[in-house]
Structure formats: C-alpha cells, structure tokens
Ligand binder design. Structure first.
Ligand code: ADP
Ligand code: MG
Length: 272
C-alpha cells in the first residue's frame, strides 16, 4: 500500500491549532500559528532555528500556556495545563534525548509513570510479569530489531532507545504522538528503523507530528508539511504536491513570500 493512501476513515483531524500566539517577555515566539494533524497521517513541521516550532508543541502539550488562539483536540477546544494532562488525553511527546531512564530495563521504562495510575507495585510478581509480557507484545509488533525487554536501557543503541521511547509514546491509547527532532542524534541505519516505526504507527491510525531538520526525511515519511517562519505557519502542502526546493525557499524566505498561491492550488484538506 502507498504511504500516502487515501482512506476516508483515517482523515478526521485529531489536532487543529488556529492563530496561536505566545510571547516570552519581549520575544514574540508565536504570532499566529496554525496546524492540522489528521488521524493516521504524519504531519511535518519545518523551519529555521528559532522559528517557533518547539514553542508551538510546548503550547499544545501544556508545557507553556499560550496567549491567544485555539487548540482543538478531537474537535473539542482545550487548554492543557501540563504534559501529564496532555498524556491523560492521549497526546504524547518524544524529544531528541532524555526520553528513557538508562538504569531501568526496557519494560520498566515502558511502564514508567504509569505505575501509580494502574496501581502497579502493590500487586507484586503478577503485575511484574504482566508488565514484562505487555511490553514484549507491544514492542515486538512495532520494532524490527527488538531488544530483550529485560535489558537495561544503557546497553541499547541510540536507535533502539529512540524506538522504545516512540513505541512507549504510541502505547496506552495515544491518539497523537509528537516528535521533536526524533532522529537528529542517530546514524543512518538507526534513523531508518525509526522511520519504519513511524510508518507502522501510521498504519495503526495514530496521528503523528514530527519536527525535523532533515527534509529528505520529511519527503520520505510525511503526508503534509507545514512551514514555520518567525512564529507563523506561512504555508503547508501535501508532500506529494511539493518539491524539496520549494520547501527550502519557503523556510528561508527566498521565495519572497510567494508560497500562498501554491498553497491555494494544493490545499491540505481533511475531507477527501
Ligand atoms: N522558555 C523560553 N523563554 C524565552 N524565550 C524562549 C523560550 N523558548 C523559546 N524562546 C524563544 O522563542 C523563539 C522560538 O524558539 P523555539 O520555539 O525554540 O524555535 P525552534 O524550535 O523553531 O528552533 C526563539 O526566539 C527563542 O529564543
Ligand atoms: Mg526546537
């Protein structure tokens, strides 16, 4: 099946951001950012350093309060006040690093911060066994090179770690997984296995938002690309309808702002 298949049932917008603004003192980090992440699609967010990409996802996930605008999750306006609240709603974020605890095992990391909610720990062996089994079955379905779930994270490669962090984020009923530069620290092979994982999560109908500097990667894995410049999302295209050169021109401003015409010709639509 094509990576950009058109299955009408998977196109409902999970996330819709409209006119988001955010200032840090005198710095206007966001000045009217829009974004749509449909179910079962990979949405890429690209832009130069300082464009406001990380601030945008932090405002969506409740790390920072935003000043103005609207965030809708599954059609409902939300103002999340913490990443914990975001997680409770099925929004998970994976960062480039600091994702896993090195001295814990794979399965312990899978269940990290889930113990209290599920009452795990009070039930001893039985839950331990269940956590190991659940980590195993969940991860082996997603990962190509599955490390033993009892191995400590510090013994794993960077790619395995990042795959487990993403696999964990996509578990527990998540509907939106946000990744900020998930492969920036990885080698080519490792990057490929993370990209395969992204493809599997798409097949699971999870909405994914990926920030990436790697435009070749964006062209490989994304369905839609949104361009951010100086706090605003200035254009978006279906990846199938745009060239890498045009994306670069929009990022740098070399197109003189002449991106709206193409956006209008090839609008991103969630109604197919
Ligand atoms: N916590 C913060 N406090 C003050 N300024 C910030 C903070 N976070 C980001 N900024 C500023 O907001 C702008 C956007 O930054 P950021 O969202 O990190 O951009 P990107 O992720 O696209 O590189 C930059 O000018 C940055 O310096
Ligand atoms: Mg950033």
């Amino acid at each position: 099946m094509s990576a950009r298949h058109h299955d009408t049932q998977t196109k409902a917008p999970v996330l819709e951001v409209t006119g988001l603004t955010k200032a840090f003192g005198a710095v206007q980090a966001l000045s009217g950012a829009d974004l749509v992440c449909p179910r079962g699609e990979v949405t890429a967010l690209v832009g130069d350093n300082g464009a406001g990409k990380s601030t945008l996802i932090r405002c969506i996930t409740g790390v920072h309060p935003f000043d103005d605008g609207e965030v809708r999750f599954n059609g409902e306006p939300v103002r999340l006040s913490s990443p914990t609240e975001a997680r409770a709603r099925g929004i998970e974020t994976v960062y480039q690093d600091l994702a896993l605890v090195e001295d814990l095992t794979v399965w312990q990391n899978m269940f990290l911060n889930r113990e209290l909610k599920r009452g795990i720990g009070r039930f001893g062996m039985l839950d331990r066994r269940r956590m190991i089994a659940e980590s195993q079955s969940r991860l082996e379905r997603l990962l190509v090179n599955m490390p033993p779930v009892r191995s400590r994270v510090r013994r794993l490669s960077g790619g395995q770690r990042q795959s487990i962090a993403i696999g964990r984020a996509a578990s527990w009923g998540s509907t939106l997984v946000i990744m900020d530069e998930p492969t920036a620290a990885l080698g080519v092979r490792e990057r490929e296995s993370v990209e395969q994982l992204i493809g599997r999560l798409r097949d699971d109908h999870i909405a994914q938002l990926i920030i990436s500097h790697d435009l070749e990667q964006v062209m490989r894995v994304a369905d839609t690309v949104w361009i951010m410049r100086r706090g605003t999302t200035i254009a978006h295209w279906r990846v199938a309808d745009v060239s890498r050169e045009r994306i670069v021109a929009a990022i740098t401003g070399a197109d003189g702002g002449n991106h709206r015409a193409t956006t209008a010709e090839a609008p991103t639509t969630v109604v197919e």
